[in-house]
Design a protein around this ligand. Structure first.
Ligand code: PAF
Length: 291
């Protein structure tokens, strides 16, 4: 472990770093990020340290996962600060921060990795093309770095389930580890987009987690099985906050991510919310094992 993460910017250098680790018989753990690192990311990096010998954090604001009217241009780019945070965190050996031209050598991309069906609902429905961009760039990172383990936050649960399916079906030798969402003291999920919130939006935003926890409790302790009612209850709590505009509230299975009509005992379900507070679109979820 080094307290000076080595910053790599080219694919050749990243491959050489990987090969050197391999020749020493060391395993490699990748933490893919888009930078603007917060404590949630740093927790992922700490957890990555427990998963293998060498930890590499990729920092790349991936253009292909942003829609035309999304915040690609505005997305915070804070590489120096990110590297400083990783240095003080002490768990990262290398940073891979490629230029867009390294990742997309022809500018407009022609080769895509897509996962059918799992991206049809939740964020996939309101962000067309988003997951195609995510799976394509992550497949590219996996090809370049062949990590033994890749660590992802479960705040992006749909992303995690899609990437897991992609890695399995593509035969990548990489195990995906999903890490529980890291939260502020009031329960708000940590996110790079929280910095867009003004004071009143920030005060209102924890309602997302509170409404999800109420639903979780009503299923696991209160015997609730009525999906329509679960969704209506969450929506009502969100709409009671004047600064909140719900984007979606969904209850899906955790295999194919398809909407459910009722909940079956013994199944596992994902309840997911996306909601705008001002211009910030926040997501959160809870995974429930139905008793
Ligand atoms: O979760 C993210 O930050 C991104 O979607 C990821 C996985 C780094 C791909 O760009």
């Amino acid at each position: 472990m080094s307290d000076h993460p080595l910053t790599l910017t080219t694919i050749d250098d990243a491959r050489s770093w990987r090969a050197a680790a391999h020749s020493r018989g060391e395993t490699v753990v990748l933490v893919p990020t888009m930078g603007a690192l917060h404590d949630g990311h740093l927790e992922l990096v700490r957890r990555a340290r427990e998963e293998g010998d060498q930890v590499i954090v990729s920092i790349f604001v991936n253009p292909t996962q942003f829609g035309p009217n999304e915040d690609f241009e505005a997305y915070p780019r804070t590489l120096e600060l990110d590297v400083a945070k990783l240095k003080s965190n002490g768990c990262c050996d290398a940073v891979f921060a490629p230029d867009p031209i390294e990742m997309y050598p022809f500018g407009s991309n022609k080769t895509w990795v897509t996962v059918d069906r799992l991206g049809d609902h939740l964020c996939g429905a309101t962000r067309p093309g988003h997951f195609k961009g995510v799976t394509t760039v992550v497949a590219r990172f996996f090809t370049i770095l062949t990590p033994d383990v890749a660590v992802f936050g479960l705040k992006d649960a749909q992303q995690f389930f899609i990437l897991k399916r992609m890695a399995h079906e593509m035969g990548f030798p990489t195990r995906l580890a999903g890490i529980p969402t890291v939260r502020e003291a009031d329960g708000l999920a940590m996110s790079s987009r929280n910095r867009y919130l003004n004071a009143s939006e920030r005060a209102a935003a924890p309602i997302v987690n509170r409404s999800l926890q109420t639903a979780h409790h009503s299923i696991s302790k209160g015997g609730m099985r009525d999906v329509d009612k679960i969704i209506l209850d969450i929506e009502a709590q969100l709409l009671a906050e004047p600064t909140c505009r719900p984007d979606y509230v969904s209850v899906v299975d955790t295999e194919e991510l398809q909407p459910l009509e009722s909940l079956e005992s013994g199944s596992q379900v994902l309840i997911a919310v996306a909601a705008y507070f001002g211009t910030a679109r926040l997501i959160d979820n809870t995974i429930v094992d139905v008793p």
